[in-house]
Structures are given as C-alpha cells and as structure tokens.
Design a protein around this ligand. Structure first.
Ligand code: ZN
Length: 235
C-alpha cells in the first residue's frame, strides 16, 4: 500500500501570512462579497466572505457568473438556506448562477456565511463574465466581460495601486449599474418581459468600493504627511 504525503510549503516571505476569523470579519462588512485578505497577485489564494440575510420585502435577483478559475465554496453558517448546510465544501462549475439560496428571502432568520476561494493564475489570462438573464424565460439579456488577469507576482501595488477594490466586486457592480441604466437591455426580445432593475442594494458591493476609496485617500494623506515631515527634517 502506498501513501502520498502532501505538504504545504512554508510562506515564501514576500507576502506576510495573514489569518482572520470569518465571523469577526463579517461584523465589519456590509458587502455581499468581500475579500478576507488584500493579496490578488499571481499565485495568491483569494478567499472572499459571501454573506446574505433575508429581510421583509428583500429581493436578491440573480445573474450568471463565468470565471476562468475554480471557486471553492466552504459554508461556515447556513440558516434557512437551500441545500447548503454548514460545513459543506464544493467546487462550482465555471459558469454558475449567483443568487441568495434561501427558501424565503423575506425571513430575517435566513442567513448565510460562506467563504468563496479562488487561486490567482500564474502567467495566464483570467476572464470573467457577468450575464443578466430574463426573470420569465431565463434567456440572456446582457453580458459584461472583464479581463481579470492578476498583476504579476510582487507587482500588485505598481499595477493596481494601494487599496484597489477587488476586481470581481468592482466590475459586478459596474455591470449591474449599466444593466439597470439600460431599459432596452432589460426588455426581453424573446418573451417580451420588461425585467425590473437588478436589486444592487441587496448586495451592497458599493460599500467595498467606497471603503476602498476612503482607505486609499487616507493612506495617500499619511504618505504625503510622512514625506513632508522628512523634507522638514532635511531643511
Ligand atoms: Zn424573457
């Protein structure tokens, strides 16, 4: 009988190892998707917290997501959720429907906390698509394509700048915003249904984008103050 020993190599030293508790993390996150850690360059492991809660009158809508890389789902908490119990792990198909998987999205007891993890490709293009489909006949209404190729290893700061929002969140928000602004796209050519705007407010991606801008502006001002102090010492 042969056995294989798999080993995780020690950290390489160019990225500080980080850890967090997903429940403590979601205490401070309003976005339905939020990266747990800031590393997105080549080879980085990128876990995001996906969190949902039902509420009276709440509607989540749905969209298809195509992702070049696999997404590994680990359900940490699920109450009132369809098919997905706490502790479940699965790899979804590259093209998958994204929605809140609740039997009843209007119940406050419906809660879900999931980690969705992808590994950034090395030296290969990474593409994503967000596709909105008709509520009535499921046909495709609107497609938004994104080049999500990660920065080269060690070049994240030069390529994206400081505290850039996670591209999947920023671009999903942009796709939904454009879909909502285009009544012609929301009118189904197949069945004639006029689809309502996508309920962006139920996903709150903009909170991640807005907080990223605050972090960047704050960090830039600290950098400027540090540089001014250094000039003062030289004078
Ligand atoms: Zn239709």
């Amino acid at each position: 009988m042969s056995t294989t020993t798999r080993q995780i190599p020690p950290p390489s030293g160019d990225r500080e190892p980080l850890k967090t508790n997903i429940f403590a993390f979601v205490q401070n996150s309003q976005s339905a998707l939020a990266p747990l850690f800031p590393y997105v360059d080549e080879g980085a492991i990128v876990p995001c917290a996906a969190t949902f809660r039902g509420a009276p009158g709440r509607r989540f809508g749905r969209f298809q997501h195509f992702n070049t890389v696999d997404e590994v789902l680990l359900v940490f908490g699920a109450e009132g959720a369809l098919r997905q119990a706490s502790g479940l792990v699965r790899v979804g198909p590259k093209l998958h429907m994204v929605t809140a998987p609740f039997e009843d999205p209007e119940r406050e007891e419906s809660v879900r906390v999931v980690a969705i993890t992808q590994r950034q490709l090395i030296g290969k293009p990474h593409r994503e698509e967000y596709r909105f489909v008709c509520d009535k006949c499921d046909r495709r209404l609107f497609v938004y394509e994104v080049d999500a190729t990660p920065p080269q290893r060690g070049k994240q700061r030069e390529t994206l700048g400081d505290y850039a929002p996670f591209i999947t969140i920023a671009e999903t928000y942009e796709a939904a915003r454009r879909f909502n602004a285009d009544p012609e796209a929301r009118h189904c050519k197949h069945c004639g249904h006029d689809n309502p705007p996508f309920p962006i407010e139920s996903w709150a991606w903009n909170t991640h984008i807005d907080q990223s801008a605050i972090a960047k502006i704050g960090h830039d001002s600290l950098t400027a103050a540090t540089a001014a102090a250094a000039r003062g010492r030289e004078a």
